[in-house]
Design a protein. Structure first.
Length: 67
């Protein structure tokens, strides 16, 4: 089992534990599952956050803006 799968499973289990019922519980489980999936991908090395921040311009690197 990879870290991605473990992260997804952990997020879904936390979502189920926090479920109070109805559509709100579904949304909580979905959001926590997505967070667990992203954390697992990051631990597996499948998600490069530095590349995403450079693309968004948050770091100031890789941008052609003149200040």
């Amino acid at each position: 089992m990879t870290n991605t799968q473990i992260g997804l499973l952990a997020g879904l289990l936390l979502g189920i534990a926090g479920v109070v019922g109805g559509f709100g519980g579904f949304v909580v489980a979905l959001v926590l599952g997505a967070i667990g999936l992203l954390a697992g991908r990051w631990l597996d090395g499948g998600l490069d956050l530095t590349e995403l921040s450079e693309r968004s311009g948050l770091t100031g690197r890789g941008s052609d803006r003149v200040r």
